[in-house]
Design a protein around this ligand. Structure first.
Ligand code: SF4
Length: 319
């Protein structure tokens, strides 16, 4: 499989009135053509900030301090991302109500996207076609309605239509089903799966929900405290987890294969990003923490070619 996106040594911060908030710390990964890369992490883990950096949407407070983002061999910057955004790389956001403009008809919003990217073809036909494709029917009538006239699930379908209307090569879905109830969530995930396969898109799926990631992702990255803690194939992460944080996450969610097992929460709270720990970001919550974890960040070590984790335990086991 060929790489479509490469992120290398990315460091990004937000500058607030309270000071610098480190949001992404030395993050590197690839997305291969046609695959779904799942990124898991709690709020503040750096997953959304990484995606905003890729899309050039970190805002005036966000600044990429170092690192490279390469899409199809081209290094992205604040200028060329504007041409690629929406056309080659698209993003679906968490909250469809705030992502759609409430005072503009959905048809107008979809047409704008096509016009912006000089769609070569009949714009009105494409809008009807994509609305039908995502199940908004009868599309010819509904195209004239406002966002408030649709349910939450329908609005997320419209957001999905907007994201794929220009046939992007890479779709980034940031918690696309968080605001939806479970049955609608399953419908949206099925829709995104169908669209991805029929359009041949690659996808980065961001979620704090391990169940969603287990059902959709080919490979998985676990983030915590702005850094990557573990990465591997779906099987490696869900059945052979090595990092104490990943193990803790898996113990804290229900497992259908062992329904009587007690759920064990991860005690404590995420690190203060205004004052990040010097060593491993998980040190204050880690049951295996050692002295070295307080002062030095662990390097990533490989368990297999695809399975890697960042933890001093690896060095201790090999000592
Ligand atoms: Fe725990 Fe240390 Fe490993 Fe961090 S490096 S996860 S604190 S054992």
């Amino acid at each position: 499989m060929s790489e479509i996106l490469s992120v290398r040594d990315l460091c990004m911060s937000f500058y607030t009135s309270s000071g610098e908030v480190k949001a992404v710390d030395d993050v590197s990964f690839d997305v291969n053509s046609g695959e779904v890369l799942g990124i898991v992490g709690e709020s503040g883990s750096g997953k959304s900030a990484t995606m905003l950096s890729i899309m050039g949407l970190a805002g005036s407070a966000g600044r990429i301090k170092s690192g490279r983002i390469i899409f199809r061999g081209q290094e992205l910057n604040s200028e060329n991302i504007k041409t690629l955004r929406g056309k080659n790389i698209s993003m679906i956001f968490q909250d469809p109500m705030t992502s759609l403009n409430p005072v503009l008809r959905v048809g107008y919003q979809l047409r704008e996207s096509l016009k912006r990217h000089n769609w070569q073809g009949n714009i009105n036909s494409r809008v009807i076609e994509i609305l039908e494709r995502v199940g908004i029917v009868p599309a010819a009538q509904r195209v004239n309605q406002y966002p408030y006239e649709f349910s939450g699930g329908q609005r997320q379908r419209i957001m999905t239509a907007m994201a794929v209307i220009c046939n992007p090569e890479l779709l980034i879905a940031d918690e696309p089903t968080t605001a939806l109830d479970v049955t609608v969530q399953a419908q949206i995930l099925r829709l995104m799966r169908d669209l991805r396969k029929s359009l041949g898109m690659s996808m980065i799926l961001i979620s704090h929900d391990l169940g969603v990631i287990a059902g959709e992702a080919d490979r998985v990255i676990i983030m915590y405290g702005c850094r990557i803690m573990e990465r591997g194939t779906r099987h490696e992460i869900f059945y052979q987890a090595a990092h104490p944080y990943t193990k803790g996450l898996l113990r804290s969610v229900p497992n259908i294969e062992s329904p009587r097992e007690r759920l064990i929460p991860i005690e404590g709270s995420p690190p203060d990003l205004l004052n990040p720990p010097k060593g491993c970001p998980f040190v204050k919550r880690c049951p295996d923490a050692m002295k070295i974890c307080l002062t030095r960040k662990p390097e990533e070590s490989a368990i297999t070619q695809t399975h890697k984790y960042s933890c001093w335990l690896e060095a201790k086991n090999n000592a």
